[in-house]
Design a binder for this molecule. Sequence first.
Ligand code: ATP
Ligand code: MG
Length: 199
Amino acid sequence: MSDRDTRHQQAMQKLKAHVDEKVARATEQRGLLLVFTGNGKGKTTAAWGTVTRALGYGYRVGVVQFIKGLWECGERDRLQDDPNLEVVIMATGFTWETQNREADTRACREVWAEAQRLLADPGVYLVVLDELTYMLKFGYLDIGMVKRAIENRPREQTVIITGRNAHRELVALADTVTEMQEVRHAFNGGIQARRGIDY
Ligand code: ATP
Ligand code: MG
C-alpha cells in the first residue's frame, strides 16, 4: 500500500470509531422537535420532504399552514389524496397584504386550535407548523401557549416548525435546528418565483 493509501485507511478507521461511538451513545427513541429557520430558501421544502418521507412509511401526518394557506402549493396538491395526510390552512388567508390585526389574530387562533388538536393526538406521527414563527413575531400567538402544547405532545410525535426569525425559546427547546443561510436568491436578481420550484 502506498503512503497515501495507508494514511487514508488510518483516517477512515478513526472516522469509523468516532461514528460508532456516536451511534452507541444515541440510545434514546422519541419524537423530535425540529426548527427550520434562517433567510435562505428551503425551509418549507424541507418540511414537505419530511412529510413525504413519513407518509412513505404509512404514518399519519398533519400540516398546518399559518401563511399562504390559499396560495398554490404543489406538494399539497400532490399529497392531499393520501388518507394519512391532513392539511389545515388558514382559511381567511393571512398574507403580507392583509393588515387587519384583529382579523388576522382571529384567523390565527382558529388555525392554532386545529394545531393543538393535532399536537394532542398520539396517532399523529408528524406535525408541521409551517411559518409559525411569524405568528409569534406579530404577537398573534403567545410563546408560552405554543411551548406548552409542544412540550405536552405525545412522546412519539415529531414536530417541525418553519419560518424566519425563530423565537429563541423555540430554538432552545428544539432537538434539531437548521438555519438556511442565503448565499444568493434569484428573486433579488429580478427573477419571479417559479411554479413547481418555489411553490
Ligand atoms: P421554500 O418554500 O422555497 O422552501 P422557504 O420556506 O425557505 O422557501 P419562505 O421565507 O417561506 O422560504 O419564502 C417562501 C417563498 O419565498 C418561496 O417562494 C421561496 O422560494 C421564496 N424565498 C425563499 N427565500 C427567499 C429569499 N431569501 N429571498 C427571496 N425569496 C425567497
Ligand atoms: Mg416557507
